[in-house]
Design a protein around this ligand. Structure first.
Ligand code: IPE
Ligand code: IPE
Ligand code: MG
Length: 252
């Protein structure tokens, strides 16, 4: 039996974010080069996108390359960039046919021109699609995102475009790469590491975290279902007490 049958349609996470980790270790365990792991990671991306869209989840955000990943060996970075171009070329039609909009967050201008132009092409082609928004975090770092937001807000305050008293959650949110995305409900990380690695620090304030031991290339639709089933068993209290939440539910 598939765990999919245990998923309840009401109370699905609206936004899932995934730290796709463990490609290198997956390959090493097989006596292969790290890049072999990245190539196989692309298949797991495909399965995850498909499963998320099938469930009717509206936002999926995938951490594909961090600002810190630029410090990896040059050859690994170059091969990863090539892989990105070929994956985008390969997936453009499938994404479009499935009514999925591609979005990107991060300092995408820092990407090699070929990656940047391919990315822009896919985003442009899919911009009016509405079934699901797939966001790739590329050259993404949450601290850089927050630094940029602080600079932009400070400039607007200085130029009297916004008043300092009006700087609130909404204003900060509006200046993040993710300004058009809701907060993350469920964050998943593979590979056994239990850390955030500079991903969406602001947006995960109340996200449920789910860590799995398996490496990213082994991540299947069943693993996604497992994470969602687990998420649905949790009580998200947002600072309130359990009793308060139950009273509110009874009133409904
Ligand atoms: C995740 O896998 C992919 C990227 C960071 C690009 P890793 O490449 O980090 O694989 P491990 O964690 O070293 O096994
Ligand atoms: C996080 O994985 C970044 C991505 C998955 C793209 P890393 O492998 O770079 O994270 P650390 O270095 O183990 O924290
Ligand atoms: Mg890693």
């Amino acid at each position: 039996m598939s765990l999919k049958e245990e998923i309840i349609n009401e109370g699905l996470p609206q936004h899932i974010a995934v730290i796709m980790d463990g490609n290198g270790r997956w390959a090493k365990a097989k006596g292969k080069l790290r890049i072999f792991g990245h190539e196989n990671g692309a298949k797991a991306v495909r399965n995850t996108v498909e499963a998320t869209a099938e469930l009717g989840i509206q936002y999926l955000t995938l951490y594909a390359f961090s600002t810190e990943n630029w410090s990896r060996p040059k050859l690994e970075v170059q091969t990863l960039m090539k892989l990105l171009v070929s994956s985008l070329k390969k997936e453009i039609h499938t994404l479009h046919e499935n009514d999925i909009r591609l979005n990107a967050i991060g300092n995408i201008k820092a990407l090699p021109p070929k990656v940047y132009s391919e990315l822009v092409e896919v985003m442009e082609k899919t911009k009016n699609n509405s079934r699901m928004c797939l966001t790739l975090a590329l050259s993404y770092g949450a601290r850089e995102e927050l630094q940029n937001a602080v600079k932009e807000i400070a400039t607007k305050v200085k130029n009297n475009i916004i008043s300092i008293d009006n700087v609130d959650d909404t204003i900060i949110n509006d200046h993040l790469y993710t300004h058009d995305l809701p907060d993350v409900d469920l964050m998943i990380r593979t590979s056994g590491e239990q850390r955030i690695s500079n991903f969406l620090l602001w947006q995960i304030a109340y996200a449920e975290l789910y860590f799995l031991e398996i490496f990213w290339p082994d991540f299947s639709k069943e693993h996604l279902y497992e994470a969602i089933v687990n998420y649905q068993k949790r009580e998200r209290r947002f600072g309130k007490t359990s009793e308060q939440l139950n009273v509110n539910n009874e009133k409904k």
